[in-house]
Unconditional design. Structure first.
Length: 68
């Protein structure tokens, strides 16, 4: 069976590529240690001056987008 799609070059989304590049840069700066990255981001958040939103826990069985 000859599938024409197998010879096509996959489409590359430039936004996805940019996000993946930013992720790689952030992880590399943290030595590929997710805990170190999370700590750094929490520290930056604390000094940013932006309000921090803490959402209440979800009720069991409730899924996002469903009517209550």
């Amino acid at each position: 069976m000859n599938d024409e799609r197998s010879s096509e070059v996959p489409w590359v989304d430039p936004i996805v590529e940019e996000v993946r590049g930013a992720r790689a840069t952030l992880l590399a700066a943290a030595g590929f240690d997710i805990e170190k990255l999370a700590k750094r981001l929490r520290e930056q958040q604390a000094v940013s001056g932006h309000p921090i939103v803490t959402l209440p826990p979800r009720k069991p069985g409730h899924r996002s987008g469903e009517a209550a």
